[in-house]
Write a protein that binds this ligand. Structure first.
Ligand code: CA
Ligand code: CA
Length: 198
């Protein structure tokens, strides 16, 4: 009897001990859980606030960069792929055309690609562009000193032909059966295209 009672005694006391500890732990857990929850909400709110600030900064910088690229070309100039183009309505010699471009903080157009050539084709029947072979006959140089890559651009049929005892200045033609680059007499009066790189 006494042994059983004794052996049950510790069991009971252990059970009681466990029951007593459970609610304590449970209470402790709930109080510990509510604190991190409020901290969690605080962190989320601060994070959200920071995201809003970031978004606002991004919007402002995007609008600024967008507006600067939009306003970069002077009025009356065309924009294409990072350059501004002025197409004259007057007609002048190649040298006087270039002078006009230089006065506009630009130079006669340098055509770097077939895409650029395609964009500039069709505005006029003939327009001066910034290439010549004055220094060495047959060696075409752009106004910035770089060589003209003849095969990368589209020449008008049979051009350059150095007709009429030498044609040292380049123009761009858009005429019936005569579309593309051509060499022409530098003193001929033509329209011209200035290019300003953004
Ligand atoms: Ca160009
Ligand atoms: Ca020619």
């Amino acid at each position: 009897m006494a042994v059983v009672f004794n052996s049950n005694g510790p069991q009971v006391s252990v059970e009681v001990g466990e029951y007593e500890q459970f609610p304590k732990n449970g209470q402790a857990d709930t109080t510990e859980k509510t604190l991190p929850k409020s901290r969690h909400i605080y962190v989320v709110l601060v994070g959200f606030g920071l995201l809003c600030v970031l978004q606002a900064v991004l919007n402002i910088t995007l609008r600024l960069s967008h507006s600067t690229t939009e306003e970069s070309c002077p009025q009356g100039w065309l924009q294409f792929s990072g350059s501004c183009y002025y197409i004259s309505s007057q007609r002048r010699s190649w040298d006087n055309s270039r002078q006009d471009c230089l006065q506009r903080d630009a130079d006669l157009v340098i055509i770097d690609s077939r895409q650029e050539q395609a964009f500039l084709t069709g505005f006029t029947k003939a327009t001066w562009i910034g290439m010549s072979d004055r220094d060495h006959e047959g060696i075409w140089i752009w106004v910035n000193g770089t060589p003209v890559k003849k095969n990368r651009l589209g020449w008008a049929p049979g051009q350059p032909d150095g007709a009429f005892g030498g044609e040292d200045c380049g123009d761009l033609r858009t005429m019936m059966n005569f579309i593309g680059l051509n060499d022409s007499n530098c003193s001929v009066r033509s329209q011209w295209i200035c290019e300003k790189i953004l």
